[in-house]
Write a protein of this length. Sequence first.
Length: 327
Amino acid sequence: MSKVKSNWKSSIKDGEYRRKDSQFRNWITADGSAGPTGNAGFTAEAGRYHLYVSLACPWAHRTLIFRQLKGLESLITISVVHPDMLENGWSFEHNEISAELYGTTGDKLYSSKFMFERYFEKAADYTGAITVPVLWDKKLKVIVNNESSEIIRMFNAAFNELTGNDLDFYPQHLKAEIDEVNELVYNKINNGVYKAGFASTQDAYNENVHNLFDALQQLDNKLAKQRYLTGNKLTEADWRLWTTLVRFDSVYHTHFKCNLQLIKEYNNLYHYMLELYQMPNIAKTVNMAHIKRHYYASHQSINPYGIVPMGHNQDWSVPHHRELMGE
């Protein structure tokens, strides 16, 4: 058990939270050739791959969204961990109550008790963090990739010949702009809420909270002039931001002390968030009970009694105003 490193505290240095890089970086392609990482290539096949996720984790949430957007539900199976991440990391605790409330499934492939079992099965010397999402190859029984930003790009393109779904959320002509937006969003917003919430010095907290809200204001200003982050086309940049926005008022505002403003108080970001939520099949990827349970019950140094607050309750059916900006 000593090898399990899913606890955020191992990533604190000089008061600053520093997310560790993912270590499994193989790639699925249509023909099995090596992908952009240059590591081993895996062939896109129906039924071959399995996705391990938490419904709380914004990084895992990206992969669930792309599984829906790209019509991969019947091709890629999933297992959902329990929201509590305690001394042994993500667990597959599962019963009728947890299934109903939190969407847990247990490990559908191997009936494992903990996520670390999947990491150590073929890599007994692994010393990295035990994270989700994990993209698993059922044929070779190995982890293909545990980096969400790469998994969504595989989903975006690798399976198109099998699904006939040619939607492209990382188009060639927008790649440079998407990458630039992603850099801002990742460092100051996606990871920014964690850097604020897990800061162990006042200076680190102050700096990261200000960086976070400066970035949110910058994007709110951008969305006053255009429909999406790179113009009028919905791209991966929007979905990478959205998984943080959807958790913000219910979790990050309170639990991570990101409390200068609610997303609901940003007119453009708020209606943009609602628009994306109301797109077909996106709502089914959101389980707010699972999200709140994970954050408030798992981070015991921040919330030692594990009490889950009753608010903030978002009405996701509120009509958004984004259609006024045109297509």
